[in-house]
Design a binder for this molecule. Structure first.
Ligand SMILES: [Zn+2]
Length: 255
């Protein structure tokens, strides 16, 4: 069961105190309940709101306003940050995640910067904001390329950054099982496909298959290949991938 709690937090940048709701404990869903981009099928913007805080005074955006790097104050003062926070191109919650992404980028934490851009894309998805979602996914891919150059992986830390407060122990238990069926290749292929970058998505997918991954990952990549060929930009679950090939094997599909 998921429980919520309210906390008063002092902003590490401007010392303003503000109250925020967050998770006290969380219900972990099964790995097969994940979309191909690792979003839980039951995760909505309203719950994602609890995983990020925004200072009402200075606009600092972080999972916990009392924590953060020294460079945060500089980033917040920048025109890029202030314009992002108020950008009419995205829903406000997406702007909050993108602002945190900018702070992480300054710290060279490119994998976290990418993940926060993915969260912003999910907020856009929920608001049926296709253009915003595409921009967020393209930012995630740019951040991923930088993360890769520094040997930072996305999927190994994605779950750790999924909730607001103290949940690290719970997440550790599930991370192993999730990682076992997943890797960055699937996530990046899915980001490219959902951004409508079908050619690049196919290149990423084939590259992943050439590495001869274990069966579960291969199934996900082969399902991505089918979706890319159909120019499908919608969300799909990991469970659908397995089901698709089981149905095909039985000759029950209509393709
Ligand atoms: Zn502040």
């Amino acid at each position: 069961m998921t429980m919520f709690g309210e906390r008063t937090v002092k902003c590490m940048v401007c010392n303003t105190e503000s109250s925020h709701l967050g998770y006290d404990s969380i219900h972990i869903r099964r790995p097969q309940d994940l979309n191909l981009d690792m979003r839980h099928t039951g995760q909505f913007s309203v719950s994602m709101r609890l995983s990020i805080q925004e200072c009402p005074t200075c606009g600092y955006c972080a999972p916990d306003l009392s924590l953060g790097p020294e460079t945060a104050a500089d980033v917040i003062r920048s025109t890029e940050y202030q314009e992002q926070l108020k950008s009419p191109e995205f829903p406000h919650l997406a702007n909050v995640f993108l602002c945190h992404s900018l702070i992480q980028e300054r710290e060279n934490n490119y994998a976290v910067a990418a993940i926060k851009a993915i969260y912003a894309a999910w907020v856009c998805d929920d608001a049926s904001h296709q253009e915003g979602a595409k921009k967020c996914r393209l930012r995630a891919i740019r951040m991923y390329d930088k993360a890769k150059a520094r040997l930072q992986t996305l999927t190994s830390i994605m779950e750790r950054h999924d909730y607001g407060f103290d949940y690290a122990a719970v997440v550790t238990v599930t991370r192993t099982s999730i990682k076992a069926i997943y890797d960055d290749t699937v996530l990046i292929t899915d980001l490219l496909r959902r951004a409508g970058e079908f050619e690049l998505a196919m290149v990423s997918c084939k590259k992943g298959l050439e590495l001869q991954p274990e069966k579960d990952i291969r199934t996900l990549l082969e399902f991505e290949q089918v979706l890319i060929e159909k120019k499908d930009i919608d969300k799909h679950t990991m469970e659908e991938a397995g089901m698709y090939f089981r149905i095909r094997a039985l000759g029950l599909d209509d393709t």
